[in-house]
Design a binder for this molecule. Structure first.
Ligand SMILES: Cc1ncc(COP(=O)(O)O)c(C=O)c1O
Length: 393
């Protein structure tokens, strides 16, 4: 008997993420490469990391640290992270059952959400926000609840946050220092959040990947500093951001033991473990706190160089209190939408930027675009030279 159906037929899928396409970061980076534009769009450094870090990772490989590490991460690295958090933020996490090494912050956040969000649970995100949060919530079968940060200042609106909490709210995601706006939450804002969450069972997912990039003498207000927040928080950070190695994709999650236990159940069947030699290398490298303690000054100088260069243009500079992002208002430069403006800027001026509308579910356009200044001075100077085309007449 011959088979009557087509054996080469690829079954059609019902997408789990109907709204997800190619991200704006990929679109702008591709266009920037095509047009030979200076890419200040996607957030990554164009300079290398400390060669000593490469040495210690290489040594770990040469010493045969090349097989599976423990599921939660190499003990030395978990201890180094616990010591750092204790020293900087005054909260003691146990390396054994409260710290887990992850394949970057992105995997950490997805794994947290898969571990805690049940079908129809609500998760509050504050827009504009990092583009993985909402698809992560949807993959878990949860319902994203979008609360805007105050337009113009990007500060949290606590009345709106409090009003968004319902009996179905499982978690709230916060991000300080904030991508894309560069705002840094104050201690008063963290205390207000603590007060709002106190009578609830809402978990806090605190994305702190830019924790070591805070300017003008301000301090990073980790959720770990606030006992009432730490008790309900998953704190996420990324070695990629801190040590200029975004391509290594290694980060961590710190959370109270019962939360970590649930996190690890998903983590072990998600990535199981994270690459071994990088973990040993990072553990050794972290013995010296100088690289992360000096990072704010390193990026503040770049921020100041970039801002000074933009002073003579028609861009209106928004504050950049932390991160490696500088947002600008484009209304005096162009009538185009943010997205069209970024296309135009890349194609005609030769500098790529990211529209803030990309960080909103409804594409809200407030005439603001984001530049990344994690670049060599010569790259920033080249971009500034091109952007001087938009100078005040
Ligand atoms: C706010 C925020 N969270 C998480 C990440 C992802 O970090 P990682 O590269 O460690 O996955 C980024 C990277 O751009 C980010 O900006």
């Amino acid at each position: 008997m011959t088979m009557s159906f087509n054996t080469l037929h690829t079954p059609a899928l019902q997408t789990k993420l109907p709204k997800v396409g190619t991200t704006i970061f990929t679109v702008m980076s591709t266009l920037a490469a095509e047009k030979n534009a200076v890419n200040l769009g996607q957030g990554f450094p164009d300079f290398n990391c400390d060669p000593h870090l490469v040495d210690v990772v290489t040594q770990a490989m040469q010493q045969g640290r090349n097989q599976y590490p423990p599921m939660a991460g190499v003990a030395e690295l978990r201890h180094a992270v616990a010591t750092k958090i204790s020293t900087l933020y005054g909260h003691d996490y146990r390396a054994a059952d409260e710290i887990t090494i992850t394949a970057g912050a992105t995997q950490a956040i997805l794994t947290i959400i898969l571990a805690v969000v049940h079908a129809a649970d609500e998760v509050i995100v504050l827009e504009p926000c990092y583009d993985s949060y909402v698809p992560n919530i949807e993959l878990a079968g949860g319902v994203p609840v979008r609360v805007p940060l105050t337009p113009g200042t990007f500060r949290p609106d606590f009345d709106k946050i409090a009003a968004a909490i319902t009996p179905k709210t499982r978690a709230l995601v916060i991000n300080s220092p904030h991508n894309p706006s560069g705002t840094v939450w104050t201690a008063a804002e963290m205390l207000r959040l603590q007060e709002i969450l106190a009578p609830t069972n809402v978990l806090l997912i605190s994305d702190e990947v830019y924790e070591h990039m805070v300017f003008d003498g301000q301090q990073h207000q980790s959720a770990a500093r606030f006992a009432g927040l730490a008790a309900r928080a998953f704190i996420v950070s990324s070695f990629g951001k801190t040590y200029h190695v975004t391509g290594w994709k290694v980060g961590y999650v710190a959370a109270p033991a019962p939360l970590t236990a649930e996190f690890r159940k998903v983590h072990q069947f998600n990535v199981f473990t994270v690459n071994t030699p990088v973990q040993y290398g990072l553990a050794q490298y972290m013995a010296n706190p100088a690289p992360y303690l000096d990072l704010s000054a390193f990026y503040q100088r770049k921020r100041d160089l970039f801002r000074a260069g933009l002073q003579g243009t028609r861009f209106k500079l928004l504050p950049s209190e932390g991160t490696y992002f500088q947002c600008v208002d484009i209304s005096e430069v162009s009538n185009l939408s943010e997205a069209d403006f970024c296309q135009w800027l890349t194609t005609e001026v030769g500098v790529a930027a990211i529209p803030l509308s990309a960080f909103y579910g409804d594409g809200f356009d407030q005439r603001v675009v984001r530049f990344c200044f994690a670049k060599k001075d010569e790259t920033l100077n080249l971009a500034l030279q091109r952007l001087s085309l938009l100078s005040i007449k």
